[in-house]
Design a protein around this ligand. Structure first.
Ligand SMILES: Cc1cn([C@H]2C[C@H](O)[C@@H](COP(=O)(O)OP(=O)(O)OP(=O)(O)O)O2)c(=O)[nH]c1=O
Length: 204
């Protein structure tokens, strides 16, 4: 399946997972990571606004340098009982995070931002992830693998972190870092991308 786009696409993300997911569309894109600080306050307990705000910040930082492009940025956060769990600072913190999630359900929210020539659109997706009751040896082995360190909440559902998960409700790819179906539907709806086999596209 191949899509074409009306303008060149930039993925404003260093995440290899997001790059792989965007590759599913079979269209060319360039990666320009944003380099913005991810320090922001959660306001009024609104985690969706927080994830969307970070996605907006990352996207805008790149979009201002690339007129005439479709710039896509995202931010994935893990939320449990009113608190955001970022990428862990060290193995100890990774273990503490995962122990907190053991036997419980948390939320993964990915905020997505698309900017085209000053037009900015933001949306998000949320997935409920329920963890198994984790045994200590499995946790230690998983953390020793190093896999948790570059991932929000200290696990990757797409890697050996899969062994920690009991069930999910919502889009799996949203947990991995990009709700690709929702993004594709949105881009098609705007006419920014189209199926190559003759789908009408809007002239922007
Ligand atoms: C929960 C979870 C997160 N993650 C990853 C996705 C994201 O790469 C990362 C969350 O960090 P982000 O800050 O969203 O993204 P990033 O720093 O990797 O890249 P950039 O800011 O340049 O876009 O956690 C997984 O790969 N699997 C998972 O199961």
């Amino acid at each position: 399946m191949n899509f074409s786009s009306v303008k060149p696409i930039i993925l404003a993300s260093a995440s290899p997972r997001r790059q792989e997911l965007l590759q599913l569309l079979g269209l060319p894109f360039t990666v320009v990571p944003s380099d913005v600080s991810e320090e922001m306050e959660v306001e009024n307990g609104d985690f969706t606004a927080y994830a969307e705000g970070l996605a907006l910040r990352k996207t805008e930082a790149v979009a201002q340098r690339y007129e005439g492009h479709i710039v896509i940025g995202a931010d994935t956060i893990v939320v449990h009982e009113g608190k955001v769990y970022p990428k862990p600072a060290d193995h100890e913190q990774a273990k503490a995070f995962l122990q907190t999630f053991s036997g419980k359900t948390h939320q993964v929210i990915t905020g997505v931002c698309v900017a085209v020539d000053g037009e900015i659109h933001v949306f998000s997706a949320e997935t409920q992830v329920s963890f198994r009751t984790l045994d200590d040896r499995l946790l230690d082995a998983y953390i020793a693998s190093g896999d948790p360190m570059d991932k929000a909440g200290a696990y990757g559902i797409q890697t050996a972190g899969a062994l920690l998960v009991e069930k999910i409700e919502g889009d799996y790819y949203n947990v991995v870092g990009l709700p690709i179906a929702k993004l594709t539907e949105w881009l098609r709806g705007q006419g920014w991308i189209a199926l190559e086999a003759g789908e009408a596209s809007v002239d922007h």
